[in-house]
Ligand binder design. Structure first.
Ligand SMILES: Cc1cc2nc3c(=O)[nH]c(=O)nc-3n(C[C@H](O)[C@H](O)[C@H](O)COP(=O)(O)OP(=O)(O)OC[C@H]3O[C@@H](n4cnc5c(N)ncnc54)[C@H](O)[C@@H]3O)c2cc1C
Length: 223
């Protein structure tokens, strides 16, 4: 999906620059002027911090703090089962969905969280997998005896209230934050994209995003 979106954006004239970390955000008189990557300076009236779990590091370049830290979550896949439901369901600290081949994908969202992730990682850990298995059987005892085929992990970005930050007013003018989507960032991306496009072009959204403003975390640290 990411590649398809990238192709579509490029076909509309967007210049994408991959593997070029932003290392500075230029501001003057309380307004952003652009960013510097490790290879070039890009002049811009608006800078969007969509750095996910690393949003705080990028925001700090503009003098803003976002209470989010990279956290690993681990997911387990079962063998194929007869269709149950197309709903995503959860409980007991887990969420679960069934894929098109009938495999259950289930995992722990925390807390307790794995230790903070220092970098992107895909490996899994025995204690967390055991906790996921135990919680799943407590929730659905009928799954005892169902085989597990594989497991993987990834990095998410939980805030203290597990809700994202979408904000165009924090920090210097022209600085927009759209980050910290925890375990729901893929599903919500189309709506968030529309909101951010409105914030960039008009400075406001027809959706009320004030509950997602950064200032709800004044004085609060990352989980
Ligand atoms: C195992 C797992 C299962 C999930 N399942 C679901 C699901 O079923 N449904 C769902 O909706 N969501 C799911 N999610 C969550 C979803 O993947 C995330 O919420 C979503 O990917 C967040 O997107 P994002 O663009 O905000 O951040 P990311 O996808 O994390 O992107 C942030 C980007 O910022 C870049 N970056 C960081 N620092 C800098 C810098 N200094 N300069 C430039 N770029 C920088 C990073 O390289 C990265 O490419 C799952 C996540 C995991 C880990």
């Amino acid at each position: 999906a990411t590649r398809a979106l990238a192709r579509e954006a490029e076909s509309k004239g967007v210049r994408l620059v991959a593997h070029a970390p932003v290392i500075a955000i230029d501001t003057t008189g309380g307004r952003v002027e652009g960013v510097r990557t490790d290879r070039e300076r890009v002049v811009a009236d608006v800078v969007v911090d969509a750095a996910g779990p690393w949003a705080d590091q990028v925001a700090a370049l503009a003098g803003v703090r976002v209470p989010v830290a990279p956290r690993r979550i681990e997911i387990v896949a079962s063998e194929s089962l007869a269709p149950m439901t197309r709903m995503v369901w959860g409980g007991n600290g887990l969420y679960c969905r069934q894929d098109a081949r009938g495999r259950l994908h289930f995992g722990a969202e925390g807390p307790p969280w794995d230790p903070p992730a220092r970098h992107f990682m895909l490996d899994v850990t025995a204690p967390t997998l055991q906790r996921i298995g135990r919680r799943m059987l407590e929730l659905v005892p009928g799954l005892a005896g169902v085989g597990v085929t594989h497991a993987w992990s990834g990095i998410i970005a939980p805030t203290p209230d597990l809700m994202p930050v979408i904000d165009a007013t924090a920090g210097p003018s022209g600085f927009v934050i759209a980050a910290a989507f925890a375990g729901n960032g893929f599903g919500t991306a189309p709506a968030v994209g529309e909101i951010v496009a409105d914030l960039i072009t008009t400075g406001r959204s027809t959706f009320d995003v004030t509950p997602l403003a950064l200032d709800r975390f004044a004085g609060v640290s990352a989980v």
